[in-house]
Design a protein around this ligand. Structure first.
Ligand SMILES: [Ca+2]
Length: 132
């Protein structure tokens, strides 16, 4: 009688233990689903070419009308050299403050250099775009 009791208790614990990871996986998936619509894509900005140097991740949408605003998030004036843009995001960069001077637009992809605006970016708009 004692043996069968122990066996039942043992089986109970084994099934609880083996169910735990499954339960956690379901919980994670539920959280991911709940976070889905609310989570905002983020752009990775680097101070060196080829995604090197200091990394700053900024969530879309966000506006940085001048070098002062960029500095606040850790990006010095005229410093950016590469970026990774996720799907659904458009980054417009400008040579001067207040979205002035030369400009370029970067969409989804890995941009190892920033062309004519390398080390010239002084203002920037990070926008959400609808999938085509
Ligand atoms: Ca500039």
């Amino acid at each position: 009688m004692r043996k069968s009791c122990l066996l039942i208790v043992g089986v109970f614990f084994v099934s609880v233990l083996s169910a735990a990871p499954l339960f956690r996986a379901v919980q994670d998936a539920t959280e991911a689903l709940q976070a889905g619509p609310k989570s905002r894509p983020s752009v990775s900005f680097y101070l060196e070419e080829n995604f090197k140097g200091r990394l700053n991740r900024l969530k879309a949408p966000a506006d940085f009308p001048g070098s002062a605003e960029l500095k606040k998030v850790g990006i010095p004036n005229d410093s950016l050299l590469s970026m990774k843009v996720p799907a659904g995001v458009k980054v417009s960069v400008f040579d001067a403050d207040d979205y002035g001077g030369d400009s370029l637009t970067f969409t989804e992809g890995e941009h190892a250099t920033l062309g004519k605006l390398a080390r010239r970016i002084s203002s920037m708009k990070v926008e959400l775009i609808k999938p085509e």
